[in-house]
Design a protein around this ligand. Structure first.
Ligand code: GDP
Length: 206
């Protein structure tokens, strides 16, 4: 990571707005980089580690509260925006909530020209599950390039991590919009954060 990268991520990052519906999206004036993942995957922790803050992104574990796209400006004026997408796969979420999530996400993915990349977070202990495939297919269809990020790698042994990496990369071959390589992170131990920052800036510039 160079000085420029650390300056950007240690500089001002501000919450812009929450959008529960598409009509509340901010004006598309800068590139957007979105983060998606199942509830509890470690998305808030990873976004906070990325921007060097403690509680920028909030964990929202209740199903009702997760149905919003949260926008954060990075830099003033903003160089780009981080978009915290609503967590999915919450076991107790009512069907209606799941459907609302699907509509919101589909509309956002299909209609957002400034959306440069989605980072799809996968818990390294579980690997890619059916619900993850669902969003990956949505991304393939919308032709939005995305990168898989394994989270919480401090919780597993190195040998297990290698196995999940191999398995994950094999599964990616079926997904046309996925990057073939993956990011490996631990928000807890700050592992892989610098590489992830580089990947974010590379996406902003793409
Ligand atoms: P979110 O629901 O996807 O936003 O997930 P959170 O960031 O709130 O994390 C869910 C739980 O996993 C919390 O208890 C975190 O402390 C924990 N967690 C998140 N990232 C890591 C990590 O890298 N390592 C470990 N050991 N725990 C983590």
């Amino acid at each position: 990571m160079n000085d420029m990268t650390s300056k950007i991520f240690s500089g001002p990052v501000t919450f812009l707005k929450s959008a529960p519906k598409l009509e509340f999206l901010p004006d598309p004036i800068v590139p957007e980089i979105a983060f998606a993942g199942r509830s509890n995957v470690g998305k808030s922790s990873l976004i906070n580690a990325l921007v060097n803050r403690k509680d920028m992104a909030r964990a929202s574990n209740t199903p009702g509260r997760t149905q919003e796209l949260n926008f954060f400006d990075v830099g003033t004026p903003p160089l780009f925006r981080i978009v915290d997408m609503p967590g999915y796969g919450y076991a107790k979420a009512p069907l209606k909530t799941v459907q609302q999530w699907r509509y919101l996400i589909n509309d956002y993915l299909r209609g957002r020209a400034v959306l440069k990349r989605v980072f799809v977070l996968i818990d390294s202990r579980h690997g890619i599950k059916e619900v993850d495939h669902e969003i990956m297919k949505m991304l393939d269809t919308a032709a939005i390039s995305y990168r898989i990020v394994l989270t919480k790698t401090d919780k597993i042994k190195a040998s297990e991590r290698e196995a999940v990496e191999v398995d994950t990369m094999a599964k990616l071959r079926k997904h046309v919009a996925a990057f073939p390589d993956i990011s490996v992170t631990s928000a807890e131990k700050r592992g892989g954060i610098d590489d992830l920052r580089d990947a974010v800036l590379e996406a902003v510039a793409s």
